[in-house]
Design a binder for this molecule. Structure first.
Ligand SMILES: Cc1cc2nc3c(=O)[nH]c(=O)nc-3n(C[C@H](O)[C@H](O)[C@H](O)COP(=O)(O)OP(=O)(O)OC[C@H]3O[C@@H](n4cnc5c(N)ncnc54)[C@H](O)[C@@H]3O)c2cc1C
Ligand code: SF4
Ligand code: SF4
Length: 871
């Protein structure tokens, strides 16, 4: 029998563990290869990529990538709290801090990296922390409990993630960045600018081009940061996130070749300058590059495991793609390949939609045939497609800009079908489409099956949607019915969850996930369940248990605008309003200096309110008899009407009366998406009812009902559902259809798409609703009656509830207002100042700035608010 090979692994981070897993799988037995693992931390490997979820309630156990019993099963000899201090290369032996020695034939350095703390005087005090390990997170938690303000030094990817954690811990949060923009490595100037404004909208203050010189004792807070430009910032907690440095000390002290700026140099087999010592993960330097992502580390681990067992192995590491897609504080950011267009001759196409907060850029080769890179901020829906274009060098369409322009219904997106088998789907685990196809051929019949046998999407999770797409397409092509699970936390479709909630009388997310789901939930299932609970029970949506399920707009019962202010939309049923109510709206707008606009839905939108002003504004509107218009919710919006038979010479029915009845009946009803109605008094159709979810048009004999119309990006003409209905039947049919849609519609599906996807289409719907084909009409009506009976004006409830009112503050730990919000006047009303105008204002330019910062009573302040800055 040949001699047992002794492999010692130093470091049990993500990459070290991946190596162990690979080697344990590849070796024939523990007798053939003995594996020893030495970890400096007090626990075995855990998922650093999802570290921040620790603050969202995940435990160290949830994050664990392995456990002692698994390592025992694999016959791995392991030690925790075992920092390796020396290597004796001659004797092929290493020693730990406590003096234990281990011999090796092959040594694997997987020591990772540590956070770089810039040498700022005062930076070594308590409450000056870093963000890398579970122990670091414990220290941050404990410091935050006695802090009000936190500053993250470093505005890169990890810095923003750390800032989010501080914000979640309830601290007033600042990010200080030395460079002129955020995430300078991944996004370009345009993307960085938009990212900054979006992050500031979320209440985190960003300070760019700031060099911290000293951290000294503060006055209002524990510390004061003093910047090179003389400005200061007070904070209780400092979190350094200024980059990483490789843990290469073992290499340095033992004469392994290092890079100029650190990192243990490796070849394409991951061997260091000593052929028996390998380096993998963030401590390794390959062709002058440290790869700070997990995917390249995993590739190195795979190459090394193969090479350790077989020195003739042809698997090699040749660098890796560093594209990333992530959500930072709810802001989608994607960066692909050559994001900064550094390739010679590269051309760029840029699309920017300021009102929607979207920035997209693609970088293409000089002949416009290949995609070289991309930057996406605010909307990363094209990320997967663009990445595939780049990774697989797929020839671009004739007009590459179509890939990022919003309008194209015939957008040249790469569906799962269009991808070659060699396309990498999961770059973390290096899983190709071909691997997935093979897994399905081998019997995998769900995403979970494919995940467990290929490990796809078990890294950063960024490929989850694409993986699902590929698996679904493959299963469909084999005639297998594809499950419509909403996400990995619930093995149910939205419709199934709806039924469960209703039948089992479930009233909270916690109950639902405990009984029927797994894990903690995510950004797909939480709002979906929030919407289902609202649709079934119509309870107050800002109950403390329901707040975490709501989208931002629902959380503040108002629509957030591009500058971080909110709009206020009172309900004006049927578009009819008394002069007194009109005067109240006008007076409120004047008092709070709000921009007013008549909307397409025949009501009045008041823009420019700060979050802390919303309760005062609503109190005045409600006192005058107005109610919330639910403009923020996935719910019934408006019922537009023409003046009808009351005033119009052609009118054959009272369209306004009907519109008001409809609006009052369905106001506040929540659905998979927003729902609009309209009522026209005759077939001239002045209210444009045929472009609404529910359209009603008067006839001589009653009403024609149209369903599933839609304006917007993909307009759809409504279908004529029934003709000449009397008032009662009209409402009965709407009750039934609306209820049926709420129950069966998919997440975020408008009625138009719902109808398109309904098997049997209009005819089937008519059978269900008119002929009661399924025998459910009674139930549908009852369900609608119960929601309608529980209507409440959410703003009225909120004003009566001091606990709910607490959330209407600009900053969690302070009553201060946001001085960043600035307006200019245009056509006698305010509008948000552009960046250039804000700058001109700071320099004393000739523009009118309305600074809404005030401490007086609102009425007093709005008089004072207009400061004309002139030079
Ligand atoms: C908050 C956060 C978010 C991240 N998000 C992403 C992401 O979205 N996508 C992505 O791809 N990457 C992300 N990363 C980076 C990713 O976590 C790393 O690339 C990956 O963990 C590197 O693995 P590693 O094993 O090389 O190093 P590490 O995970 O750092 O592990 C190295 C281990 O070696 C130990 N060690 C060091 N020296 C010794 C010694 N002398 N003796 C014994 N043990 C020693 C260390 O204590 C450590 O436990 C993130 C990182 C952080 C901190
Ligand atoms: S939402 Fe569902 S699908 Fe998306 S990341 Fe969370 S678990 Fe995955
Ligand atoms: S739809 Fe008919 S009733 Fe209504 S305003 Fe137009 S013409 Fe008059």
């Amino acid at each position: 029998m040949s001699k047992q090979l002794n492999v010692v692994v130093v470091g049990n981070g993500m990459v070290g563990h991946h190596f162990v897993e690979q080697l344990a799988n590849l070796r024939e037995s523990a007798e053939q290869v003995n594996i020893t693992v030495l970890s400096a931390e007090n626990r075995l490997a855990y998922d650093r990529v999802h570290l921040s979820e620790y603050f969202a309630g995940k435990t160290a156990q949830d994050l664990a990538l392995t456990d002692e019993s698994t390592y025992h099963d694999w016959q791995i000899d392991f030690r925790t709290n075992a920092k390796v201090t020396t290597i004796d290369r001659q004797q092929q032996q290493i020693t730990t801090e406590v003096g234990e020695t281990f011999s090796y034939d092959k040594l694997i350095l997987a020591t990772g990296s540590y956070p770089f703390v810039p040498p700022i005087p005062g930076g070594d005090q308590s409450h000056c922390l870093v963000y890398r390990t579970i122990d670091d997170l414990e220290s941050i938690k404990s410091s935050a409990s006695s802090s009000k303000v936190g500053v993250v030094i470093g505005g890169g990817l990890l810095g923003l993630e750390a800032a989010n954690a501080l914000k979640e811990l309830g601290l007033q949060t600042h990010v200080v960045e030395f460079a002129p923009q955020l995430m300078a490595v991944q996004v370009d100037t345009g993307g960085g600018r938009l990212l900054k404004s979006k992050i500031e909208e979320l209440g985190v203050q960003v300070h760019t081009s700031k060099a911290t010189q000293v951290i000294e004792k503060g006055e209002s807070c524990r510390y004061r940061l003093v910047f090179a430009d003389g400005e200061t910032l007070e904070t209780d907690l400092v979190l350094f996130s200024a980059g990483i440095r490789p843990y290469d000390n073992l290499g340095r002290e033992n004469d392994l070749t290092l890079g100029e700026r650190g990192g243990i140099v490796i070849n394409s087999q991951c061997q260091t300058s000593d052929e028996n010592i390998y380096a993998i993960g963030e401590c390794a330097l390959y062709e002058n590059m440290i790869y700070g992502l997990v995917a390249p580390g995993y590739s190195m681990a795979k190459v090394t495991a193969n090479h350790v067992l077989d020195s003739t192995s042809e698997t090699v590491f040749e660098g890796a793609d560093m594209s990333t897609k992530l959500k930072l504080m709810g802001v989608d950011v994607g960066s692909i390949g050559d994001a900064h267009a550094k390739t010679q001759g590269a051309l760029t196409y840029t699309y920017e939609n300021q009102p929607e907060g979207v920035y997209k850029k693609i970088v293409v080769s000089s002949d416009k045939t290949l995609l070289l890179g991309a930057v996406l901020v605010g909307d990363t829906s094209e990320y997967d497609s663009l990445l595939q274009y780049m990774l697989n060098a797929i020839e671009l369409p004739e007009s590459p800009e179509a890939l990022i322009l919003p309008m194209a219904a015939d957008k040249p997106m790469l569906g799962a079908d269009a991808l070659p088998d060699t396309a990498t789907i999961c770059s973390c685990l290096n899983v190709t489409k071909g691997d997935i196809v093979a897994a399905v051929d081998g019997g995998a019949c769900s995403v979970a099956d494919v995940k467990s046998c290929t490990k796809a999407s078990t890294g950063c999770g960024g490929c989850a949607a694409l993986l699902k797409d590929v698996v679904d397409k493959e299963l469909e092509s084999r005639g297998v019915e594809v499950k419509k699970d909403i996400c990995e936390h619930f093995a149910y479709s939205r419709r199934e969850l709806f039924d469960i909630v209703k039948v089992e009388k479930i009233t909270s997310f916690e109950q639902l996930i405990e009984k029927h789901g797994q894990g903690l939930g995510c950004e797909i299932c939480k709002p979906t369940v929030g919407s289902i609970l609202a649709s079934v029970w119509n309870d107050y949506i800002l109950d403390s248990s329901k707040v975490p399920l709501q989208d931002t707009n629902d959380t503040f019962l108002a629509n957030m605008q591009k500058d971080g202010t909110y709009s206020v939309v009172p309900r004006i049923p049927g578009g009819e309003i008394t002069p007194d109510k009109l005067i109240t709206i006008g007076e409120v707008a004047k008092k709070y200096n709000l921009y007013t606009k008549i909307t397409g839905g025949q009501r009045i939108d008041l823009f420019g309110a700060r979050v802390d002003q919303l309760p005062d504004i609503w109190q005045e509107l409600i006192d005058a008899g107005l109610e919330t218009g639910h403009a923020y919710g996935k719910s019934v919006r408006t019922v537009k009407s023409c003046v009808g038979s009351t005033w119009c010479r052609y009118g054959v029915q009272d369209s306004v009366g009907m519109a008001i009845d409809i609006e009052n009946r369905y106001k506040g009803v929540r659905a998979p998406h927003k729902v609009k109605f309209a009522v026209s008094g005759c077939t001239r159709e002045c209210a444009e009812a045929q472009s609404k979810d529910f359209g009603v048009i008067a006839t001589d004999k009653g009403w024609n009902l149209y369903v599933s119309g839609n304006g917007g990006m993909k307009p759809r003409h409504a279908d004529l559902f029934a003709t000449d209905l009397d008032d009662e039947t009209l409402i009965k049919y709407i009750d039934r259809i609306f209820s049926f849609y709420i129950q069966t519609g998919d997440r975020l599906q408008r009625t138009s798409v719902w109808m398109e996807n309904l098997e049997g289409g209009l005819e089937y719907l008519q059978k269900v609703i008119i002929d009661d084909h399924l025998g459910i009409c009674d139930e549908l009506e009852k369900q609608m009656a119960s929601i309608v009976g529980k209507y409440q004006c959410e703003w009225k409830t909120t004003l009566e509830n001091p606990e709910s009112l607490k959330r209407f503050r600009q900053f969690v730990n302070s009553d201060k207002t946001d001085s960043n919000i600035q307006f200019v006047t245009e056509r006698d009303q305010i509008r948000p100042a552009t960046l250039a105008e804000k700058k001109a204002g700071e320099l004393g330019g000739n523009i009118e700035i309305v600074d809404l910062t005030y401490n007086e009573s609102p009425s007093e302040s709005s008089k004072q608010a207009v400061a004309v800055m002139e030079d």
